[in-house]
Design a protein around this ligand. Sequence first.
Ligand code: FA5
Length: 345
Amino acid sequence: MEEQIKQIQKKFTDEINEISDLKSLTDLKVKYLGKKGELTIFSKQMATVEPSLRPVIGAKLTETRNLIESSIIEKEKTLQEAKLQKKLESEKIDVTLPSNKTKVGSKHPLNRVIEEIEDLFVSMGYDVVDGPELETDEFCFERLNLPKGHPARDMQDSFYITSEYLLRTQTSAVQARAMLANKDKSPIRIICPGKTYRREDDATHSHQFNQVEGLVIDEDITLAHLKGTLEVFMRKLLGEKTNLRFRPSYFPFTEPSYEVDVSCFKCAGKGCNLCKQTGWIELLGAGMVHPNVLKMNGYNPEKYGGFAFGTGLDRLAMFKYGITDMRYLYRNDIRFLSQFDQMDV
Ligand code: FA5
């Protein structure tokens, strides 16, 4: 019997050496130590063993059981460690690997133009101010010398929300706000970029567009100041060789008023399809602030004068970047927008 126990022990040792996973180890444990396990069955046969041999056989059985149990515990530990090691290996992150490049966007052409203009005017001592897009009839028209029923209101087709509120058609609405807000009626030097809205929609007109307004109020302001300012403005933005042409025009809030054209930068004024063979492109409305506007907004026209101008930023962006249809600026088409990426480098 002792010999048989030895055989079991040897068989167990051979088998455990072959095992490489935890499931097989559990099966092996059941095979030898389970209720019907090989060693358990042997223990149950102790009753048949001659009494004088029982202590020796019993001791041998216990010794073998202990050996099997400790071998299984030992093996289990080894297998658990190997499993953990394998898991760690598979989850290892190489922090030195190059990462996937995340595509970052770039500045929208309109924002580029706005920022450039803001930088320029701030460098000349102007403040950048803001006004509401949902504006009152009072500020968009009345305080700009355009009372209700004035025929010049027809020049701007508007989106009215109620009879008193509308989406502003021009950033000129900020002129009256700035004058009224300036309680001590001291000189003013501001620009106001912002969104404007009109009922228009074609390749060069959008229902939503952007304007920038300029307003200067001070003593002894003349047309020469306006011309000089607009020359600096356009030359910095469109190129040092840009020339300006002032044509008489009409705006109710300025007197005299002008449409200001810039020399076509594509043909340098010679005439091409962009400027419709004229050599000039219309870009701005401007003029000397009307005395009625000064008076209505608390400034004494005997003491103060001023100039104002307003230009469409979308059109400026189109000319600056050679964009052929204004609606591209609002379509959010990545193929269009990504062309401006390289300008950031
Ligand atoms: C005005 O809006 C005046 N407020 C400008 C002004 C300010 C004159 C201060 C005198 C003193 P006008 O309607 O011409 O003027 O518009 C000015 C510019 O806005 C135009 O030259 C054009 O560039 C742009 N613009 C006008 N309508 C649209 C539109 N629907 N889509 C895109 N740009 C437009």
